[in-house]
Ligand binder design. Sequence first.
Ligand SMILES: CSCCC(=O)C(=O)COP(=O)(O)O
Ligand SMILES: [Mg+2]
Length: 261
Amino acid sequence: MVVLSVPAEVTVILLDIEGTTTPIAFVKDILFPYVKENVKEYLQTHWEEEECQQDVNLLRKQAEEDSHLDGAVPIPAASGSGVDDPRWMIQAVVDNVYWQMSLDRKTTALKQLQGHMWRAAFKAGHMKAEFFEDVVPAVRKWREAGMKVYVYSSGSVEAQKLLFGHSTEGDILELVDGHFDTKIGHKVESESYRKIASSIGCSTNNILFLTDVSREAGAAEEADVHVAVVVRPGNAGLTDDEKTHFSLITSFSELCLPSSA
Ligand SMILES: CSCCC(=O)C(=O)COP(=O)(O)O
Ligand SMILES: [Mg+2]
């Protein structure tokens, strides 16, 4: 087995979800289709609720920022007179969500709505999140060795907690010391990793970030975070340069902690 030695200064392991802890297929074949199939009915059912209106307002703001993009779908402002036909507004939101999802956009607005939609499915037991089999044993071992374990995903913190709380391995939420999403910044921006370190209360070089996406690994590295790119079945391929530049692992069991951790 290939072994990657974790530098002695690392005290925090920061985990990506899709493509790292969890198969991309689970996200693409289960989570995303659930949203596409149910978004219209979800909006119709919850339209009058505060949370739903907050989600719509965030999507509308994002649509304004996206108005210069090719194919962007606008969400008209409500007139405030109460005479708007919700059916017309709901269709605009549905079209916007479909457009964003067709590009696999990671906007906070889209991720917030998706998280709220998955809540009902997870809580009703209709869905269980898949984790690669090496994840839970490795995370338990790291924690026993004194490591802190955090999650940083484009999925909203609420969605992350749903996945860890309703997994094929049971409720594994207790294995995570904390969660970060795009509210702290996007994963391809190095500033996000500085903010995460400051929020945890450590230096960036105390963190080891595990992700499947080399642009995210590059951004973290720029902030002086240690990185390893996780190669899993179904993940996008890496270029030869990426394969040479980054440390690669195919299983969390390949990480060897410093004996003092
Ligand atoms: C944790 S929610 C489900 C996955 C998701 O919506 C997503 O965008 C995952 O992105 P990641 O940053 O974990 O690769
Ligand atoms: Mg990922």
